[in-house]
Design a protein. Structure first.
Length: 437
């Protein structure tokens, strides 16, 4: 076990330096990290920075969010009506997902709303006029609300059925103990993929390696060095902005700044304070905050059964409460498992396709790439095994939870609830989250 854990930690280190961390060929030129941390004066997470936008494009990357948080990005000029373009990118700087100019944005504030798995980038392209700008990113509290309750009120005719089936048996698989190791394995494999790509033409073909990484990570290689300060409290930042007046604010427009700041402050408070725990509101939020990538879903798998229960809501006897909470957590862990596998597989397939194309270019190394591709495909096999192992763990854990509910139902005169009804949810889960292929 110690060896496995050490390997996983090593894989995570690879991931943090090769995937999440943007790549640059020039060590003196790096995109600026904006790490989301708890909002010091509100809910959710927040990060704010300030920059002078002159003639050079600015690059940032953001981390610290989860797939269950709603993300907002805000960029605006503090003192004038300068026109500039803001782009939101995903895995590399050529992958532009959203783009907007401050001239067409409401009140001059570019605001992107989305959800994401993994880091994302912000590129700010200057216009004709220099500006001092604010760059901010915020998240709501985590929202695990898009999976509706599977339970419906049991009819009297269903409750009257007597015991005919006997006690259910434990399904095959590992024990129900829940561990986070599958996350480390999946993320580690993602990091290994790029690490292997970087070693395609190692040694004799260092220039080709640099070209490969430059093509993969594009704009990161041209990012600026940013020595700015970051804040996790908008009030402290506003005080700094009022008192320290940055260098591009020689002719400040307090009226313009006040209008724009008031809108930013109102939108920020409104978005971070959303009552995302309420299902109806959260459903609306998921419609507004779409996933940056297709592998990030916000809808449950189709065909979910309705399970009759003595208690169809969370307001029932204490016996049901803990088991229902555990069941929901189990269901969302299945969602995480599916998302990590899907996103990592998509990334790997894209990397392999790129490598196949690169190896045919002049100066490429078909033989070297073929060898490395085998290693990547082997890493994907490890990912599949890790998925299957965690999948079985979660199924076994769900069975234990459903048996807890079976005991609760029995206390209220519903015999053999699992064998009559509960098994339908377990069977549905086993099919809905089974690894593709």
């Amino acid at each position: 076990m110690k060896t496995v854990l050490a390997t996983l930690i090593f894989m995570m280190c690879i991931c943090s330096t090769t995937w999440a961390q943007p790549f640059t060929l020039d060590k003196d030129l790096k995109p600026f990290l904006l790490e989301l941390k708890p909002n010091e004066n509100g809910k959710g997470k927040l990060v704010i920075t300030n920059a002078d936008l002159n003639s050079e494009t600015l690059y940032y990357y953001v981390k610290g969010h989860t797939m269950f948080e709603f993300v907002d990005v805000y960029v605006f000029s503090n003192y004038n009506n300068a026109s500039f373009t803001v782009e939101l990118v995903d895995s590399n700087w050529k992958d532009v997902v959203y783009s907007e100019n401050t001239a067409t944005a409401e009140e001059g504030i570019v605001n992107f709303k989305f959800r994401d798995y993994g880091d994302f980038g912000i590129r700010i392209i200057p216009g004709d006029e220099a500006a001092n700008i604010t760059i901010a990113a915020s998240t709501t509290e985590p929202s695990k609300t898009y999976l509706p309750s599977p339970f419906v009120k049991m009819k009297e005719s269903e409750a009257a059925v007597t015991n005919t089936a006997g006690m259910a048996s434990q399904p095959s698989g590992t024990t129900g103990e829940s561990t986070p190791m599958w996350m480390y394995i999946a993320l580690g494999v993602a990091g290994l993929l790029i690490a292997l790509l970087a070693g395609v033409l190692l040694g004799r073909r260092k220039k080709s390696v640099s070209l490969l990484l430059l093509l993969l990570w594009g704009g990161f290689a041209m990012a600026q060095q940013h020595d700015g300060v970051i804040w996790h409290d908008k009030d402290t930042y506003e005080d700094w902005l009022d008192s320290e007046r940055p260098s591009n604010s020689n002719i400040p427009n307090p009226i313009e700044m006040g209008k724009r700041w008031d809108k930013f402050e109102k939108d920020l408070s409104s978005n971070t304070d959303k009552a995302v725990g309420m299902y109806t509101i959260a459903t609306s939020m998921y419609d507004k905050y779409q996933g940056l990538t297709d592998c990030l879903s916000n809808t449950p798998p189709p065909g979910a059964p309705s399970i009759p229960s003595f208690c169809e809501t969370q307001q029932c006897k204490d016996c049901f409460v803990d088991a229902r909470n555990l069941l929901q957590e189990n269901r969302y862990t299945f969602e995480q498992l599916k998302t990590i596998y899907s996103c990592t597989s998509d990334f790997a397939n894209t990397a392999i396709a790129f490598g196949n194309s690169f190896s045919t270019l002049p100066g490429g190394s078909g033989i070297g790439w073929s060898f490395q591709r085998i290693k990547i495909e082997k890493s994907l096999k490890t990912l599949k095994k890790s998925y299957d192992k965690k999948y079985n763990e979660l199924l076994s854990s769900q069975f234990d939870i459903l048996m807890m509910l079976n005991d609760c139902e029995a206390q209220h005169g519903i015999p053999d609830w699992y064998d009559r009804f509960g098994h339908l949810l377990h069977e549905y889960t086993s099919m809905a989250y089974k690894r593709p292929n």
